[in-house]
Design a protein around this ligand. Structure first.
Ligand code: PGA
Length: 257
């Protein structure tokens, strides 16, 4: 099942290549109760775990938290060593996947064209893609951020109908702010999320741009999450480092209530 189309707040953790199954289970047991707080406050709360952790985390948290993958393949099956299909994820109750994270773009040659195929595969399976975009420090310093991000969005959304486009969650994550402790200012985050919303308006219409959810990511911490979420075009946060410890994950949630 896809996430609600509603533009409610969304806090999504991204564990990256962290947590053994034992560690993931410990987190899941401790974080499970946070789902109630999130639901009462109309917030979507989730975590994207390594493939091997997914079944156990999902079994522990049930529907109290959203459990997502960090990547998937765009084909159903075949000779693709080391890959996982949407169907495989869906079978174990996983309904969301990050697509095109900058680390995958950098180390695994993930292009926006490939992301487009993955987004379509997820949507076909009624799953939610969280499509990441964002520029490098070099692009930022050259003042080419907007052109760069626009291309990522246009290519990622190629041939998506308006109905499908609205189901995608976009995460704007400037690479220079990821894991560096150097977060973008709330003004930069708002400016870019608004810019992306306008691209959706140009590609589709006002309605689609109002409905789509756009998250900010890059060194989001408990002490700055509220600032980002106070911006009108920032609907949530994709959080790496600060989502790894339950205490900090809980603080991220409580600080945006
Ligand atoms: P960070 O990672 O919060 O550790 O900067 C964010 C991300 O890469 O999604």
């Amino acid at each position: 099942m896809l996430l609600d189309k509603m533009r409610k707040k969304f806090l999504l953790g991204n564990w990256k290549m962290n947590k053994t199954v034992a560690e993931a289970k410990e987190f899941a047991n401790e974080a499970k109760s946070l789902g109630d707080i999130a639901k009462k406050n109309n917030i979507d709360l989730g975590v994207c775990a390594p493939f091997i952790d997914l079944i156990d985390v999902k079994n522990i948290v049930g529907d109290s938290l959203i459990v997502g993958a960090q990547n998937c393949h765009y084909l159903e099956k075949g000779a693709f060593t080391g890959e996982i299909s949407c169907e495989m994820l869906k079978e174990i109750g996983i309904n969301l996947s990050i697509i095109g994270h900058s680390e995958r773009r950098e180390y695994d040659n993930e292009t926006s064209t490939k992301c487009n195929l993955k987004i379509k595969a997820l949507l076909k399976n009624e799953m939610t893609p969280v499509y990441c975009c964002g520029e490098s420090l070099k692009t930022y310093e050259e003042g080419k951020t907007k052109d760069f991000v626009k291309t990522q969005i246009v290519e990622g959304f190629k041939d998506l109908t308006k109905l499908d486009a609205e189901k995608v969650v976009i995460a704007y994550e400037p690479i220079w702010a990821i894991g560096t402790g150097k977060s973008a200012s709330k003004e930069i985050a708002e400016d870019m999320c608004k810019f992306i919303r306008n691209i959706i308006k140009d590609l589709y219409d006002e309605d689609a741009s109002n409905n789509i959810r756009i998250l900010y990511g890059g060194s989001v911490k408990p002490n700055n999450i509220a600032e980002y979420l106070s911006q009108p075009d920032v609907d949530g946060a994709l959080v790496g480092g600060a989502s790894l410890k339950v205490d900090s994950y809980k603080e991220l949630l409580t600080n945006l209530l």
